[in-house]
Design a protein around this ligand. Structure first.
Ligand code: HEM
Length: 242
């Protein structure tokens, strides 16, 4: 348990997850994350992402895929298979404050307090579960947003995570991920199969929709490359052919 931070705070989360740990702490905490993920079947993630996405798309005429699908669906599905309620809104709040260069606001701290309450209180295993959800949040949203855009425009899909931050000797450093979307080596993403399954399920349910606008606005972020919003509607049925 990290000694120099308030227990249960965002600073505590950073000090308790594999992502910002080194040495033996990293090995132990990464093993917790890997074990949790090993209990999750990728095929069922794909199926659940497909059915949740289909349900949401059936209810709305015009859908901002980033807000309604890409962010909440992967986290909601992952939370469910990890035995948690749908905590996707709180995960998004914590994800925005997760990285060490961000000063967490009261809303992010409150979101983490609620997440810890459903995860059984501040312990390393709870941090590992929350860490999985937070790591899944932005990156998988990018996989879905960029994948959908590529399938609709015919352009190659953009890489959603361009760089990663690490904590080395107390300092925060940025490492480029050029050419390796899931990283490499002992810190490579342990959730890549799960992320691809979630994205495949969501994207399969988004077939047949078309963009409502031609201008795409991108998220203003140095490390993430994904649309800020992506509005779609059900495609016109081609008349006169077939
Ligand atoms: C189900 C979704 C996902 C889960 C559960 C997940 C989980 C994790 C975890 C726990 C780590 C920390 C590993 C460690 O420090 O040893 C990690 C790292 C990483 N993840 Fe994922 N991830 C997901 C989706 C993605 C996606 C979609 C991408 C990219 C497109 C991605 C890219 C990365 C990268 C590049 C790292 C390494 C960071 C570094 O080297 O510092 N992840 N992920």
């Amino acid at each position: 348990m990290p000694a120099d931070v308030p227990v249960g705070s965002i600073a505590w989360l950073r000090a308790s997850v594999a992502r910002f740990s080194n040495g033996a702490d990293h090995v132990r905490r990464r093993a917790l994350a890997v074990d949790l993920l090993a209990s999750v079947d990728a095929d069922s993630l794909q199926f659940q992402a497909f059915s949740r996405t289909s349900r949401i798309m059936a209810e709305l005429d015009v859908v901002d895929v980033m807000a309604e699908i890409a962010r909440p669906v992967p986290v909601g599905v992952l939370a469910e298979v990890l035995g948690l309620p749908d905590v996707s809104a709180d995960v998004a709040g914590v994800a925005a404050a997760y990285h060490p260069h961000v000063t967490p606001d009261a809303a992010a701290e409150a979101a983490l307090t609620r997440l810890l309450a459903v995860c059984g209180g501040p312990a390393e295993l709870a941090a590992a579960r929350i860490g999985l959800l937070v790591q899944a949040c932005d990156a998988t949203a990018g996989l879905i947003g960029n994948g959908l855009l590529a399938s609709l425009t015919g352009e190659p899909a953009e890489q959603p995570v361009l760089a990663t931050r690490r904590r080395v000797g107390g300092a925060d450093v940025t490492v480029s991920l050029a050419g390796t979307p899931f990283g490499a080596g002992p810190r490579a993403c342990p959730g890549s199969r799960h992320a691809l399954a979630l994205a495949a399920g969501a994207l399969a349910a988004l077939r047949g929709f078309r963009l409502t606008e031609t201008e795409i606005s991108w998220l203003p972020s140095p490390n993430l490359r994904m649309p800020a919003a992506l509005r779609v509607t059900r495609g016109e049925t081609a008349g006169g052919f077939c």
